[in-house]
Design a protein around this ligand. Structure first.
Ligand SMILES: [Zn+2]
Length: 320
C-alpha cells in the first residue's frame, strides 16, 4: 500500500482517538458492591447459615490486652496480615434450620446496614425472611450481639421469634443494683439491655445451661466474657458443631494465645478457663466451631499446638 496524505491523516486521527478513549474497557462494569454475606453448610440433616453482619475497623486501643504489651498485640495482628495499628473486628451471626424450626443466634450490631447491621438483610438473601425465624437465642448481651434485636422504630426485627436468653445473663444485666454500682463506662450497656428486652420480660424464655433450646440444640456454660455468656451445641445425626460466640475475640490471635486477656472479658480468669475448656473439647472431639469474631464465614476447627490452638477455617467443607 502506498502511503498517501490521506492514509497518514487517518492513522493520526485513529491514534488520537485511542489516546482519548484510554485502554480498552472491560465489557462488564465495576460493581462497587459486595456479594450477599451468607454461607451455608450442613450438620447432619440441619442446614446452618453463617450470616455476615459486617466489619468494624477502629484505632487499636491502648492496653487492648491486659496482660500483653501493645507492641506484642500489634505484632500478633500484623502476623495475620491485619493492620498493626487498627482493631479489625468481624461480626458473624448464625442461623440453623433444623427442618422443624429456624433458630437464629445473636442479632448483630443493628442499624440500617452499612459497614455493620446486615444480619437480617443477609438472612433474607439466604431465603429466610425475618418473620420466618422461630427462635432467637442469644449468647450474651453485649451491643454487637443484641443491637439488631429492634429496628430504629423500636419494632422487633424478627417479629415472630421466641426470644431465648441465658438465665445468668438476664439476671446480671437486669439487676438494678448492679447497674447503679457499675462504672460509668458500663452504664450504657445496662441501658441497651433494658431498651432491647425490658418490655418483653414476661415473654422471654430464660435458658439454663446444659438444657435443650430445641431438639438438637443445647445451651453450654461459657461464662467469663460476661457473667452469663453461653455457647450452643448443635447436633444432628453423627455430626456436631458449636456456636462459641465470644469465648475468643479473633481466634487467630486469642485461640493461639488463650491466656491473653482482652479488655472485653469481664472476668478475665474465668474467661481463660472457659476458653481452654471449650477449645480443648472442640480439639479432642473435632467439633466444628463458629466464632462470632473470626473472619467470615467464621467457622472451622481448632487443633492443639503447644500452649494454644490453631484455628483452621473450614471454607470449602460445605457439601449440602
Ligand atoms: Zn462480641
Amino acid at each position: 500500500m502506498s502511503i498517501t496524505r490521506r492514509t497518514v491523516l487517518a492513522g493520526t486521527a485513529a491514534a488520537a482517538g485511542a489516546a482519548l478513549a484510554g485502554p480498552a474497557l472491560a465489557k462488564a462494569p465495576m460493581s462497587g458492591q459486595q456479594n450477599a454475606g451468607f454461607h451455608r453448610f450442613k450438620i447432619g440433616s440441619f442446614e446452618v447459615i453463617a450470616l455476615h453482619d459486617g466489619v468494624a475497623v477502629r484505632d487499636m486501643p491502648k492496653g487492648f490486652v491486659r496482660n500483653a504489651s501493645d507492641a506484642d498485640v500489634s505484632a500478633a495482628f500484623a502476623e495475620l496480615g491485619l493492620p498493626a495499628d487498627k482493631l479489625t473486628i468481624t461480626f458473624t451471626a448464625l442461623a440453623v434450620n433444623t427442618g422443624d424450626k429456624v433458630v437464629l443466634f445473636d442479632a448483630g450490631n443493628g442499624g440500617a446496614g452499612g459497614p455493620v447491621g446486615n444480619v437480617a438483610k443477609n438472612l433474607a438473601a439466604a431465603g429466610i425472611q425475618p418473620g420466618d425465624v422461630d427462635v432467637h437465642a442469644f449468647s450474651h448481651f453485649h451491643g454487637d450481639h443484641i443491637g439488631g434485636v429492634k429496628a430504629a422504630d423500636g419494632k422487633l426485627v424478627f417479629p415472630n421469634a421466641e426470644i431465648v436468653v441465658p438465665d445468668a445473663e438476664w439476671a446480671f444485666w437486669m439487676d438494678d443494683a448492679k447497674m447503679n454500682n457499675a462504672p460509668e463506662a458500663m452504664k450504657g450497656g445496662f441501658q441497651l439491655v433494658r431498651k432491647q428486652f425490658a418490655d418483653m420480660a414476661g415473654k422471654v424464655r430464660r435458658q439454663s445451661w446444659e438444657k435443650e433450646v430445641v431438639p438438637g440444640i443445647t445451651a453450654i456454660q461459657a461464662d467469663g466474657h460476661t457473667p452469663g455468656h453461653t455457647a450452643y451445641l448443635i447436633s444432628s445425626g453423627n455430626q456436631q458443631m458449636m456456636f462459641v460466640a465470644d469465648i475468643t475475640n479473633h481466634p487467630g490471635i486469642f485461640a493461639r494465645r488463650p491466656e491473653w486477656q482482652a479488655i472485653f472479658d469481664m472476668d478475665p480468669q474465668r474467661a481463660i478457663d472457659t476458653r481452654k475448656r471449650l477449645l480443648d473439647r472442640a480439639a479432642a472431639d473435632k467439633i466444628r466451631l463458629s466464632f462470632y469474631h473470626a473472619p467470615f464465614p467464621a467457622t472451622g476447627f481448632v487443633v492443639k499446638d503447644g500452649a494454644g490452638y490453631d484455628f483452621q477455617q473450614a471454607l470449602w467443607q460445605n457439601t449440602l
